[in-house]
Write a protein that binds this ligand. Sequence first.
Ligand SMILES: [Zn+2]
Ligand SMILES: [Zn+2]
Length: 274
Amino acid sequence: MTSPAPLLYESHCHTPLCHHAIGLPTDYAQVAERRGLRGIIFTCHCPLPEGISAHVRMAPERFEDYIALVADAREKFAGRVDVRLGLESDYYPGVEPWLEKLHARVPLHHVLGSVHTQVPDYRARFFRGDWFDYQQIYFDHLAEAAETGLYDTLAHPDLVKNESPGDWQLARIEPYIQRALDRVAATGVAMELNTSGVNKAFPEMNPGRRMLELMHERGIPVVLGADAHRPERVADGYAIALRQLADVGYREISFYLDRRRQTVPIPAALASLP
Ligand SMILES: [Zn+2]
Ligand SMILES: [Zn+2]
């Protein structure tokens, strides 16, 4: 019996350079091969200026090491798994010039835009004592991130729900989500369905089903990512995620290579997984 040809990519995963992930890129690539993926795009946490949240990201002077680490895995898995270099770049107002320079240093295949509400530096700057207010700021920043033109995909685009799960009331925040999604849709930037959400404080994928419906209504493309911080999580939950996307009306799944969006029909994507 021959297994179907691999079609999918892991579009969001990490390396030990960010200080909170384990395993070498070659270990991740090995899991990608076993899980029937065509490729894997490393998107580790970008360096930031002024020591901002330095404990959870690669240091600026390690950026070249990151490039070399991914290049090594690419070479070792040539002909087996298509290993590519990407980046998960934080967004907050004012970071744009830094990221413009950083993204121009090396050809990247996929750039994720992330608003990380759990990072102490971000929280110190934008949390004003009210979680509903923080949720509004989050979605405003998410839309702003799309509008910068710096990103291909917005990562885990309802991450803020994990900040204070008891304060996450979808009906209350939905009008703000809708306005943010209108802005995102106007840019053409994709959004991620991040399967790691099931392991977080508000245990469902990021985003949840209702937000996926709102994204679908606006024609926003979806990129799948497991956000693996250890090799075993590569492509974790992909089949469940694909079925949920089909259920809300999506017909195709996207990923980026050379920063250009590629698509695979969801039935073919599902059939490609062992
Ligand atoms: Zn991380
Ligand atoms: Zn992230």
